[in-house]
Design a protein around this ligand. Sequence first.
Ligand code: GDP
Ligand code: IMO
Ligand code: MG
Length: 425
Amino acid sequence: MFYTVIGTQWGDEGKGKIVDWLASKVDVVVRFQGGNNAGHTIKIRNKIFKLSLLPSGIIRGKKCIIGNGVVLDPWALVKEIKKLSSQNIKVDPSNLMIAENICLILPIHQIIDEFNENLRGSEIIGTTKKGIGPAYEDKVGRRSIRLCDLNDNELLKNKINNLINFHVLRFKKNNKKINSSELFKKLKNIHKSLKKYVQPTWKILNRLANRNETILFEGAQGALLDLDFGTYPYVTSSNTLSGQIFAGSGFGRRDNHQILGITKAYTTRVGSGPFPTELTDSIGNYLGKKGNEFGTVTKRKRRCGWFDSNLVKQTVKISGVNSIILTKLDVLDDLKEIKICIGYNIEGKKYDYLPSSESMQKKIIPIYKTFKGWQTSTFGTKKWSDLPRNAKIYISSIEKLVETNVSTISTGPERTQTINKKNLL
Ligand code: GDP
Ligand code: IMO
Ligand code: MG
Protein backbone atom coordinates (compact mmCIF):
# COMPACT_ATOMS: atom_id res chain seq x y z
CA MET A 1 0.00 0.00 0.00
CA PHE A 2 1.22 3.53 -0.77
CA TYR A 3 0.13 6.77 0.83
CA THR A 4 0.71 10.40 -0.02
CA VAL A 5 0.20 13.14 2.53
CA ILE A 6 -0.16 16.61 1.05
CA GLY A 7 -1.36 19.99 2.28
CA THR A 8 -4.53 21.28 0.63
CA GLN A 9 -4.17 24.92 1.72
CA TRP A 10 -1.15 27.23 2.14
CA GLY A 11 1.00 24.85 4.21
CA ASP A 12 1.25 24.28 7.97
CA GLU A 13 -1.90 22.15 7.95
CA GLY A 14 -0.32 19.71 10.42
CA LYS A 15 1.29 17.34 7.91
CA GLY A 16 4.15 16.52 10.31
CA LYS A 17 1.80 15.38 13.08
CA ILE A 18 -0.20 13.24 10.64
CA VAL A 19 2.86 11.66 9.02
CA ASP A 20 4.14 10.77 12.48
CA TRP A 21 0.71 9.31 13.36
CA LEU A 22 0.52 7.28 10.15
CA ALA A 23 4.17 6.25 10.36
CA SER A 24 3.28 3.53 12.87
CA LYS A 25 1.94 1.49 9.97
CA VAL A 26 4.44 2.38 7.24
CA ASP A 27 7.94 1.12 6.45
CA VAL A 28 9.35 4.01 4.42
CA VAL A 29 8.75 7.78 4.39
CA VAL A 30 9.82 9.84 1.37
CA ARG A 31 10.18 13.60 0.78
CA PHE A 32 9.76 14.48 -2.91
CA GLN A 33 9.79 18.30 -3.22
CA GLY A 34 10.62 21.54 -1.40
CA GLY A 35 13.52 21.95 0.95
CA ASN A 36 14.21 23.47 4.32
CA ASN A 37 11.49 26.06 3.74
CA ALA A 38 9.26 23.39 5.26
CA GLY A 39 8.80 23.27 9.01
CA HIS A 40 6.98 20.37 10.62
CA THR A 41 6.43 20.31 14.37
CA ILE A 42 5.81 17.00 16.10
CA LYS A 43 4.87 16.86 19.76
CA ILE A 44 5.29 13.65 21.69
CA ARG A 45 4.45 14.05 25.36
CA ASN A 46 6.82 16.72 26.68
CA LYS A 47 9.16 16.57 23.67
CA ILE A 48 8.94 18.80 20.61
CA PHE A 49 10.67 17.84 17.37
CA LYS A 50 11.09 20.33 14.55
CA LEU A 51 11.86 18.94 11.11
CA SER A 52 12.62 20.77 7.90
CA LEU A 53 14.41 18.34 5.61
CA LEU A 54 14.21 14.98 7.30
CA PRO A 55 11.01 13.07 6.60
CA SER A 56 8.79 12.97 9.69
CA GLY A 57 9.05 9.15 9.82
CA ILE A 58 12.54 9.60 11.29
CA ILE A 59 11.00 10.14 14.75
CA ARG A 60 9.68 6.56 14.75
CA GLY A 61 12.97 5.23 13.33
CA LYS A 62 11.44 4.41 9.94
CA LYS A 63 13.48 4.23 6.73
CA CYS A 64 13.52 7.73 5.30
CA ILE A 65 14.37 8.91 1.81
CA ILE A 66 15.07 12.45 0.66
CA GLY A 67 14.17 12.25 -3.01
CA ASN A 68 15.63 14.03 -6.02
CA GLY A 69 12.73 16.52 -6.21
CA VAL A 70 13.94 18.17 -3.01
CA VAL A 71 16.56 20.94 -3.09
CA LEU A 72 19.07 20.09 -0.40
CA ASP A 73 20.95 22.56 1.77
CA PRO A 74 23.66 20.16 2.99
CA TRP A 75 24.68 22.36 5.91
CA ALA A 76 21.09 22.68 7.09
CA LEU A 77 20.68 18.91 6.91
CA VAL A 78 23.80 18.20 8.97
CA LYS A 79 22.58 20.71 11.57
CA GLU A 80 19.17 19.04 11.68
CA ILE A 81 20.70 15.58 12.10
CA LYS A 82 22.85 16.88 14.99
CA LYS A 83 19.88 18.51 16.67
CA LEU A 84 17.89 15.27 16.44
CA SER A 85 20.80 13.23 17.81
CA SER A 86 20.81 15.54 20.83
CA GLN A 87 17.13 14.55 21.25
CA ASN A 88 18.06 10.85 21.07
CA ILE A 89 16.75 10.29 17.56
CA LYS A 90 19.15 8.13 15.64
CA VAL A 91 19.95 9.08 12.03
CA ASP A 92 22.32 6.79 10.16
CA PRO A 93 22.54 5.13 6.73
CA SER A 94 20.20 2.38 7.90
CA ASN A 95 17.32 4.87 8.19
CA LEU A 96 18.32 7.79 5.95
CA MET A 97 19.04 7.73 2.24
CA ILE A 98 19.48 10.73 -0.03
CA ALA A 99 19.06 10.70 -3.80
CA GLU A 100 22.39 10.95 -5.60
CA ASN A 101 20.80 13.20 -8.25
CA ILE A 102 19.47 15.76 -5.76
CA CYS A 103 20.35 19.42 -6.50
CA LEU A 104 22.05 21.45 -3.79
CA ILE A 105 21.18 24.77 -2.22
CA LEU A 106 24.40 26.74 -1.86
CA PRO A 107 25.09 29.84 0.24
CA ILE A 108 24.83 31.95 -2.94
CA HIS A 109 21.20 30.90 -3.31
CA GLN A 110 20.24 32.47 0.00
CA ILE A 111 21.91 35.71 -1.08
CA ILE A 112 20.08 35.62 -4.44
CA ASP A 113 16.80 34.94 -2.60
CA GLU A 114 17.40 38.23 -0.77
CA PHE A 115 18.33 40.09 -4.03
CA ASN A 116 15.14 38.81 -5.68
CA GLU A 117 12.93 39.89 -2.80
CA ASN A 118 14.53 43.34 -2.70
CA LEU A 119 13.94 43.74 -6.43
CA ARG A 120 10.21 43.20 -5.97
CA GLY A 121 9.92 46.26 -3.72
CA SER A 122 6.47 46.39 -2.14
CA GLU A 123 5.41 43.20 -3.93
CA ILE A 124 7.70 40.83 -2.03
CA ILE A 125 6.74 37.17 -1.90
CA GLY A 126 7.79 36.90 1.73
CA THR A 127 9.95 33.84 1.10
CA THR A 128 11.63 31.91 3.88
CA LYS A 129 15.00 33.23 2.51
CA LYS A 130 16.36 29.68 2.46
CA GLY A 131 17.40 29.96 -1.18
CA ILE A 132 14.67 27.63 -2.44
CA GLY A 133 13.60 29.63 -5.53
CA PRO A 134 17.13 30.41 -6.76
CA ALA A 135 18.20 26.77 -6.26
CA TYR A 136 15.28 25.52 -8.36
CA GLU A 137 16.07 28.21 -10.98
CA ASP A 138 19.61 26.85 -11.29
CA LYS A 139 18.21 23.32 -11.52
CA VAL A 140 15.93 24.23 -14.41
CA GLY A 141 18.78 26.28 -15.94
CA ARG A 142 20.95 23.11 -15.92
CA ARG A 143 23.67 24.74 -13.82
CA SER A 144 23.02 22.98 -10.51
CA ILE A 145 25.57 21.17 -8.44
CA ARG A 146 24.20 17.78 -7.52
CA LEU A 147 25.19 15.57 -4.64
CA CYS A 148 26.78 13.03 -7.02
CA ASP A 149 29.05 15.80 -8.41
CA LEU A 150 30.91 16.06 -5.10
CA ASN A 151 32.83 12.84 -5.83
CA ASP A 152 34.68 14.27 -8.83
CA ASN A 153 36.96 17.22 -8.04
CA GLU A 154 37.54 18.32 -11.65
CA LEU A 155 33.86 18.19 -12.51
CA LEU A 156 32.97 20.01 -9.30
CA LYS A 157 35.49 22.82 -9.97
CA ASN A 158 34.11 23.26 -13.50
CA LYS A 159 30.55 23.31 -12.29
CA ILE A 160 31.33 25.86 -9.57
CA ASN A 161 33.04 28.12 -12.15
CA ASN A 162 30.14 27.76 -14.55
CA LEU A 163 27.67 28.66 -11.82
CA ILE A 164 29.70 31.63 -10.63
CA ASN A 165 30.15 32.94 -14.18
CA PHE A 166 26.40 32.91 -14.54
CA HIS A 167 25.76 34.87 -11.34
CA VAL A 168 28.86 37.06 -11.12
CA LEU A 169 27.45 40.24 -12.66
CA ARG A 170 24.55 40.32 -10.26
CA PHE A 171 26.85 39.79 -7.30
CA LYS A 172 29.16 42.58 -8.51
CA LYS A 173 26.23 44.94 -8.94
CA ASN A 174 25.30 44.27 -5.31
CA ASN A 175 28.91 44.63 -4.10
CA LYS A 176 29.15 40.99 -3.13
CA LYS A 177 31.80 38.42 -4.00
CA ILE A 178 31.66 34.69 -4.58
CA ASN A 179 34.84 32.81 -3.84
CA SER A 180 35.04 29.62 -5.91
CA SER A 181 37.86 27.91 -3.98
CA GLU A 182 36.13 28.60 -0.67
CA LEU A 183 32.90 27.10 -2.01
CA PHE A 184 34.82 24.06 -3.31
CA LYS A 185 36.42 23.50 0.12
CA LYS A 186 33.12 23.95 1.94
CA LEU A 187 31.41 21.44 -0.33
CA LYS A 188 34.18 18.87 -0.01
CA ASN A 189 34.05 19.27 3.74
CA ILE A 190 30.30 18.82 4.10
CA HIS A 191 30.42 15.87 1.70
CA LYS A 192 32.39 13.95 4.33
CA SER A 193 29.35 14.03 6.62
CA LEU A 194 26.80 13.22 3.92
CA LYS A 195 28.34 10.74 1.48
CA LYS A 196 27.36 7.74 3.57
CA TYR A 197 23.69 8.50 2.90
CA VAL A 198 23.90 8.93 -0.89
CA GLN A 199 22.13 6.28 -2.96
CA PRO A 200 20.26 5.72 -6.23
CA THR A 201 17.11 6.06 -4.13
CA TRP A 202 14.71 5.59 -7.07
CA LYS A 203 16.03 2.03 -7.39
CA ILE A 204 15.73 1.27 -3.67
CA LEU A 205 12.22 2.72 -3.56
CA ASN A 206 10.96 0.59 -6.44
CA ARG A 207 12.58 -2.49 -4.92
CA LEU A 208 10.93 -1.85 -1.56
CA ALA A 209 7.57 -1.32 -3.28
CA ASN A 210 7.90 -4.61 -5.09
CA ARG A 211 8.59 -6.28 -1.73
CA ASN A 212 5.21 -4.98 -0.58
CA GLU A 213 6.63 -2.49 1.90
CA THR A 214 4.28 0.34 2.82
CA ILE A 215 5.56 3.66 1.52
CA LEU A 216 4.39 7.10 2.55
CA PHE A 217 5.20 10.19 0.47
CA GLU A 218 5.38 13.27 2.67
CA GLY A 219 4.51 16.55 0.97
CA ALA A 220 5.80 19.89 2.14
CA GLN A 221 4.02 23.24 1.77
CA GLY A 222 0.46 23.14 0.42
CA ALA A 223 -1.46 23.04 -2.85
CA LEU A 224 -2.01 26.81 -2.95
CA LEU A 225 1.76 27.32 -2.86
CA ASP A 226 2.13 25.07 -5.92
CA LEU A 227 4.17 26.66 -8.70
CA ASP A 228 1.50 25.97 -11.33
CA PHE A 229 -1.80 25.90 -9.47
CA GLY A 230 -1.12 28.11 -6.45
CA THR A 231 -1.64 31.84 -6.05
CA TYR A 232 1.20 32.64 -8.50
CA PRO A 233 3.56 34.47 -8.11
CA TYR A 234 2.98 34.23 -4.32
CA VAL A 235 3.95 30.57 -4.27
CA THR A 236 6.96 28.41 -3.64
CA SER A 237 9.20 27.18 -6.47
CA SER A 238 8.23 23.52 -6.57
CA ASN A 239 5.15 21.53 -7.43
CA THR A 240 3.49 20.65 -4.17
CA LEU A 241 0.69 18.52 -5.69
CA SER A 242 0.49 14.75 -5.52
CA GLY A 243 1.52 14.49 -9.19
CA GLN A 244 5.02 15.55 -8.15
CA ILE A 245 5.75 12.38 -6.17
CA PHE A 246 6.71 10.44 -9.29
CA ALA A 247 9.15 12.95 -10.78
CA GLY A 248 10.43 13.88 -7.33
CA SER A 249 11.35 10.36 -6.26
CA GLY A 250 11.56 8.12 -9.34
CA PHE A 251 8.82 5.88 -7.92
CA GLY A 252 7.08 4.12 -10.78
CA ARG A 253 4.08 2.33 -9.29
CA ARG A 254 0.63 3.80 -9.85
CA ASP A 255 -1.47 1.16 -8.03
CA ASN A 256 -2.79 0.91 -4.44
CA HIS A 257 -2.26 4.57 -3.69
CA GLN A 258 -4.26 6.61 -1.17
CA ILE A 259 -3.87 10.38 -1.41
CA LEU A 260 -4.60 12.06 1.91
CA GLY A 261 -5.28 15.80 1.90
CA ILE A 262 -4.26 17.40 5.18
CA THR A 263 -6.65 20.27 5.78
CA LYS A 264 -6.87 22.75 8.64
CA ALA A 265 -10.37 23.34 10.03
CA TYR A 266 -9.78 27.05 9.26
CA THR A 267 -7.16 28.69 7.01
CA THR A 268 -3.69 30.14 7.55
CA ARG A 269 -1.02 31.59 5.32
CA VAL A 270 2.55 32.84 5.91
CA GLY A 271 4.00 35.45 3.57
CA SER A 272 2.29 37.70 1.03
CA GLY A 273 -0.43 37.00 -1.51
CA PRO A 274 -4.19 36.74 -1.81
CA PHE A 275 -6.16 35.22 1.06
CA PRO A 276 -9.88 35.74 0.42
CA THR A 277 -11.14 34.64 3.85
CA GLU A 278 -8.45 36.39 5.92
CA LEU A 279 -9.65 37.84 9.22
CA THR A 280 -7.82 40.89 10.50
CA ASP A 281 -10.23 41.32 13.43
CA SER A 282 -10.45 39.82 16.92
CA ILE A 283 -11.50 36.42 15.53
CA GLY A 284 -8.34 36.31 13.39
CA ASN A 285 -6.32 37.15 16.51
CA TYR A 286 -8.16 34.46 18.47
CA LEU A 287 -7.34 31.79 15.84
CA GLY A 288 -3.68 32.84 15.77
CA LYS A 289 -3.39 32.75 19.54
CA LYS A 290 -5.36 29.57 20.22
CA GLY A 291 -3.82 27.79 17.22
CA ASN A 292 -0.33 29.03 18.10
CA GLU A 293 0.00 30.15 14.50
CA PHE A 294 3.64 31.13 14.24
CA GLY A 295 5.92 29.82 11.48
CA THR A 296 8.14 26.87 12.44
CA VAL A 297 10.93 28.06 10.12
CA THR A 298 10.80 31.87 10.22
CA LYS A 299 8.75 32.36 13.45
CA ARG A 300 6.55 34.79 11.49
CA LYS A 301 2.97 35.27 12.59
CA ARG A 302 0.65 33.30 10.30
CA ARG A 303 -2.29 35.14 8.78
CA CYS A 304 -5.57 33.46 9.83
CA GLY A 305 -9.07 33.22 8.36
CA TRP A 306 -12.21 31.15 7.88
CA PHE A 307 -12.26 27.79 6.12
CA ASP A 308 -12.47 28.27 2.35
CA SER A 309 -14.34 25.35 0.78
CA ASN A 310 -14.06 26.93 -2.67
CA LEU A 311 -10.29 26.55 -2.50
CA VAL A 312 -10.15 23.11 -0.90
CA LYS A 313 -12.73 21.73 -3.36
CA GLN A 314 -10.31 22.79 -6.10
CA THR A 315 -7.08 21.52 -4.53
CA VAL A 316 -8.50 18.08 -3.65
CA LYS A 317 -9.48 17.66 -7.32
CA ILE A 318 -6.08 18.72 -8.66
CA SER A 319 -4.28 16.32 -6.35
CA GLY A 320 -6.80 13.47 -6.64
CA VAL A 321 -7.30 13.45 -2.87
CA ASN A 322 -9.14 10.30 -1.72
CA SER A 323 -9.84 11.54 1.77
CA ILE A 324 -9.30 14.54 3.98
CA ILE A 325 -7.62 14.58 7.36
CA LEU A 326 -9.08 17.59 9.15
CA THR A 327 -6.71 19.14 11.69
CA LYS A 328 -6.91 21.67 14.53
CA LEU A 329 -10.65 21.28 15.06
CA ASP A 330 -10.06 22.09 18.75
CA VAL A 331 -8.90 25.60 17.82
CA LEU A 332 -12.49 26.49 16.86
CA ASP A 333 -13.90 25.30 20.24
CA ASP A 334 -14.68 28.68 21.83
CA LEU A 335 -16.32 30.38 18.86
CA LYS A 336 -20.02 31.18 19.01
CA GLU A 337 -20.38 31.24 15.23
CA ILE A 338 -18.13 29.79 12.54
CA LYS A 339 -18.17 30.71 8.88
CA ILE A 340 -17.25 28.70 5.80
CA CYS A 341 -16.66 30.35 2.45
CA ILE A 342 -18.83 28.59 -0.13
CA GLY A 343 -18.03 30.62 -3.25
CA TYR A 344 -16.68 33.91 -4.57
CA ASN A 345 -18.23 37.06 -5.89
CA ILE A 346 -15.95 38.93 -8.28
CA GLU A 347 -17.35 42.11 -9.80
CA GLY A 348 -20.90 40.83 -9.39
CA LYS A 349 -20.26 37.40 -10.91
CA LYS A 350 -20.21 34.16 -8.90
CA TYR A 351 -17.25 31.79 -9.07
CA ASP A 352 -17.06 28.23 -7.75
CA TYR A 353 -13.27 28.12 -8.25
CA LEU A 354 -10.22 30.36 -7.87
CA PRO A 355 -9.57 32.19 -11.15
CA SER A 356 -5.86 32.29 -12.01
CA SER A 357 -5.71 36.01 -12.78
CA GLU A 358 -3.93 38.01 -10.08
CA SER A 359 -6.12 41.05 -10.66
CA MET A 360 -9.28 38.97 -10.24
CA GLN A 361 -7.93 37.30 -7.11
CA LYS A 362 -7.50 40.75 -5.55
CA LYS A 363 -11.19 41.53 -6.07
CA ILE A 364 -12.67 38.39 -4.49
CA ILE A 365 -15.53 38.89 -2.07
CA PRO A 366 -16.14 35.61 -0.25
CA ILE A 367 -19.69 34.29 0.08
CA TYR A 368 -20.17 32.75 3.53
CA LYS A 369 -22.44 30.24 5.21
CA THR A 370 -22.64 30.60 9.00
CA PHE A 371 -22.61 27.63 11.37
CA LYS A 372 -23.32 27.48 15.10
CA GLY A 373 -20.22 26.90 17.19
CA TRP A 374 -20.09 24.08 19.77
CA GLN A 375 -18.45 26.00 22.63
CA THR A 376 -17.31 22.77 24.29
CA SER A 377 -13.74 21.50 24.42
CA THR A 378 -12.88 18.94 21.75
CA PHE A 379 -9.19 19.04 22.68
CA GLY A 380 -7.78 15.52 22.72
CA THR A 381 -11.05 13.85 21.66
CA LYS A 382 -10.36 10.36 20.27
CA LYS A 383 -13.84 9.15 19.30
CA TRP A 384 -16.25 10.50 16.69
CA SER A 385 -19.17 9.76 19.02
CA ASP A 386 -17.65 12.07 21.67
CA LEU A 387 -17.69 15.13 19.42
CA PRO A 388 -20.36 17.76 20.07
CA ARG A 389 -23.27 17.72 17.60
CA ASN A 390 -22.40 21.10 16.08
CA ALA A 391 -18.82 19.98 15.45
CA LYS A 392 -20.16 16.92 13.60
CA ILE A 393 -22.42 19.18 11.53
CA TYR A 394 -19.44 21.42 10.72
CA ILE A 395 -17.34 18.44 9.56
CA SER A 396 -20.17 16.87 7.53
CA SER A 397 -20.77 20.23 5.85
CA ILE A 398 -17.11 20.44 4.88
CA GLU A 399 -17.37 16.94 3.37
CA LYS A 400 -20.35 18.00 1.25
CA LEU A 401 -18.85 21.33 0.20
CA VAL A 402 -15.47 19.95 -0.84
CA GLU A 403 -17.01 16.75 -2.24
CA THR A 404 -14.56 14.52 -0.33
CA ASN A 405 -14.92 12.42 2.82
CA VAL A 406 -13.14 13.28 6.07
CA SER A 407 -11.44 10.09 7.24
CA THR A 408 -9.62 11.44 10.28
CA ILE A 409 -9.90 14.40 12.63
CA SER A 410 -7.03 15.83 14.62
CA THR A 411 -7.96 17.37 17.97
CA GLY A 412 -4.54 18.24 19.36
CA PRO A 413 -0.84 18.18 18.50
CA GLU A 414 -0.13 14.74 20.01
CA ARG A 415 -0.29 11.46 18.08
CA THR A 416 -3.00 10.16 20.34
CA GLN A 417 -5.23 13.23 19.94
CA THR A 418 -6.72 11.86 16.75
CA ILE A 419 -10.14 10.52 15.71
CA ASN A 420 -9.60 7.59 13.38
CA LYS A 421 -13.12 7.85 11.91
CA LYS A 422 -12.66 5.72 8.79
CA ASN A 423 -10.12 3.33 10.32
CA LEU A 424 -7.17 4.61 8.36
CA LEU A 425 -4.83 3.09 10.93
P1 GDP B 1 3.07 21.21 8.79
O1 GDP B 1 4.04 22.17 8.19
O2 GDP B 1 1.90 20.95 7.89
O3 GDP B 1 3.70 19.95 9.28
O4 GDP B 1 2.46 21.95 10.06
P2 GDP B 1 3.29 22.71 11.21
O5 GDP B 1 3.95 21.68 12.06
O6 GDP B 1 4.13 23.77 10.63
O7 GDP B 1 2.11 23.46 11.96
C1 GDP B 1 1.09 22.78 12.60
C2 GDP B 1 1.11 23.11 14.10
O8 GDP B 1 -0.11 22.73 14.69
C3 GDP B 1 2.20 22.37 14.87
O9 GDP B 1 2.65 23.19 15.90
C4 GDP B 1 1.47 21.15 15.43
O10 GDP B 1 2.03 20.67 16.65
C5 GDP B 1 0.11 21.72 15.68
N1 GDP B 1 -1.02 20.78 15.50
C6 GDP B 1 -1.15 19.79 14.59
N2 GDP B 1 -2.37 19.24 14.69
C7 GDP B 1 -3.02 19.90 15.68
C8 GDP B 1 -4.35 19.82 16.21
O11 GDP B 1 -5.18 19.03 15.78
N3 GDP B 1 -4.66 20.70 17.22
C9 GDP B 1 -3.78 21.61 17.70
N4 GDP B 1 -4.16 22.42 18.67
N5 GDP B 1 -2.53 21.71 17.21
C10 GDP B 1 -2.16 20.88 16.20
P1 IMO C 1 5.33 23.56 5.44
O1 IMO C 1 5.93 22.31 4.84
C1 IMO C 1 3.90 27.62 4.97
C2 IMO C 1 5.76 30.07 1.84
C3 IMO C 1 6.61 31.25 2.30
C4 IMO C 1 6.36 32.21 1.13
C5 IMO C 1 6.30 31.27 -0.07
C6 IMO C 1 7.61 31.18 -0.86
O2 IMO C 1 5.78 23.83 6.82
O3 IMO C 1 3.86 23.56 5.26
P2 IMO C 1 9.93 29.97 -0.37
O4 IMO C 1 10.92 30.16 0.74
O5 IMO C 1 9.41 28.60 -0.49
O6 IMO C 1 10.44 30.51 -1.68
O7 IMO C 1 8.70 30.94 0.04
O8 IMO C 1 5.97 29.99 0.44
N1 IMO C 1 6.16 28.77 2.43
C7 IMO C 1 5.46 28.13 3.39
N2 IMO C 1 4.36 28.51 4.08
N3 IMO C 1 4.43 26.41 5.19
C8 IMO C 1 5.50 26.00 4.48
O9 IMO C 1 5.98 24.74 4.56
C9 IMO C 1 6.10 26.89 3.56
N4 IMO C 1 7.17 26.82 2.73
C10 IMO C 1 7.18 27.97 2.04
O10 IMO C 1 6.14 31.77 3.52
O11 IMO C 1 5.10 32.80 1.27
MG1 MG D 1 4.95 23.99 8.65
